[in-house]
Design a protein around this ligand. Structure first.
Ligand code: PMP
Length: 425
């Protein structure tokens, strides 16, 4: 009996392994390798280069003056305070209520009447990327015929996010290559010419990749025109505090739109300004007409999140709520954000001065006029290729320098290399 059973089961096994072998080879035959991410590819190439001189100014993560990643003191302190204190159960679908509350104060203002009137639908999101994606999905679900206007250029992932949410994309003028500043007139024309009621994606501060932000007066004009046209402004604020060193000042664009009575959406991230990159902590908020609408919108945002990840991760949210909920830790954080922003601003000055001292025939004033993590240098892809090949300097081929990777130790070397590859252009 046992022998018969063994014979049957081995036949079945034999069959199923033959079937298995056939299906294993055919399921994914049509899958081609995905194109490499241009930014992550830079880091890979940097790591593989054995040269002792190599410099990575490709990646958008802060480094100290020794080129090392930083964990903020306020974060270390918060982690000690929360260690072992709490359980690790699920957060609600909308995430940490305390974290979201504190995050809204940063964007809308400590005494915001919109917060008091409970007009903001807000949920914890998987950092800035997750907040943008959740909004894009929300836009598609409730405004299925709408499009999104995206600046040229922009953070490359914006295109992926709205593409995967199946929202058609349009672009608007932003960067002016000759002046290496804002193409304000063309931007305003695009706002005017877009069909009434379009969605506009705006970088709240420290525009990535250009480092070019509108002035306060320009923001007022943009806000006015967006209002006239009945567009919906969606702010991606990945760098609050990182631009000027002061989170209040960096929220100025948003405050102008709030004064003007817009309904807005905001994606917030703690990746850069708290150095919580890998913790994936952020927030999506949508300012509504009244509390009833905000409750409905929030419930729909949660509904969108549920089949994707159920609820967001707890640890990063606890770090943020511990810091922002404690006056001492919050003021330590404010100091530390300023140290990071000031170091970057200092490196802008140093890079420009070094280039000028070398007698570069080109103007480099845009290095200090631009703001935030990145400098859009104006170098061509061929010049960048030479930097990499001849000087082991790694960056994206669009000429974007991550100022966070520039240090007192490498700024002279970097300036010399930039001068060598650009002086005959
Ligand atoms: N928006 C912009 C403009 C960014 O530069 C970034 C980070 N590179 C993000 C959003 C999202 O970053 P994260 O998901 O890490 O918060």
């Amino acid at each position: 009996m046992a022998a018969v059973r063994a014979g049957v089961s081995s036949r079945i096994l034999g069959q199923s392994s033959a079937l298995g072998a056939r299906s294993m080879s055919s399921w994914w035959r049509s899958v081609e390798p995905a194109p490499k991410d241009p930014i992550l590819g830079v880091t890979e190439a940097f790591l593989a280069d054995p040269s002792p001189d190599k410099v990575n100014v490709g990646v958008g993560a802060y480094r100290d003056d020794n080129g090392k990643p930083v964990v903020l003191e306020c974060v270390r302190e918060a982690e000690q305070r929360i260690a072992g204190n709490l359980n690790m159960e699920y957060l609600p679908m909308g995430g940490s209520v305390k974290m979201v509350e504190e995050t809204l104060k940063l964007a809308y203002g400590e005494d915001s009447k919109f917060i008091k009137d409970k007009r903001i639908a807000a949920v914890q999101a998987l950092s800035g990327t997750g907040a943008c994606r959740l909004f894009a999905d929300f836009q598609k679900r409730f405004r299925p015929d709408s499009q999104i206007y995206i600046p040229v250029p922009t953070w490359a992932n914006h295109h992926n996010i709205w593409r995967d949410a199946h929202v058609p994309q349009r672009t608007y003028h932003y960067y002016h290559p000759e002046s290496k500043g804002l193409d304000f007139a063309a931007l305003m024309d695009d706002v005017k010419n877009a069909p009434n009621g379009s969605f506009f994606l705006l970088h709240a501060c420290a525009h990535n990749p250009t480092g070019v932000d509108p002035s306060e007066d320009q923001w007022r004009e943009i806000s006015y025109q967006i209002k006239v046209k009945g567009h919906f402004p969606f702010f991606d604020m990945a760098y609050q505090g990182f631009a000027s060193g002061d989170p209040e000042r960096d929220a100025k664009s948003i405050r102008i739109f709030l004064e003007d009575g817009h309904a807005i959406g905001i994606a917030q991230s703690y990746a850069k300004n708290m150095g919580l990159y890998g913790q994936r902590v952020g927030c999506l908020s949508v300012l509504c007409e009244d509390e009833k609408q905000a409750i409905a919108v929030k419930s729909q945002l949660q509904q969108l999140a549920r089949p994707m990840y159920s609820n967001p991760p707890v640890h990063g949210a606890l770090i943020v709520s511990t810091i922002l909920g404690n006056p001492d830790l919050k003021s330590l954080w404010l100091k530390e954000v300023k140290v990071m922003a000031d170091r970057i601003i200092g490196m802008r000055t140093a890079l420009r001065e070094n280039l000028e001292k070398l007698g570069s025939p080109l103007s480099w004033k845009h290095i200090t006029e631009q703001i935030g993590m990145f400098c859009y240098s104006g170098m061509t892809p061929e010049q960048v290729d030479r930097l990499t090949k001849e000087y082991h300097i790694y960056m994206t081929r669009n000429g974007r320098i991550s100022m966070a990777g520039v240090t007192t130790g490498n700024v002279g070397y970097l300036a010399n290399a930039i001068n060598e590859v650009t002086k005959s252009s």
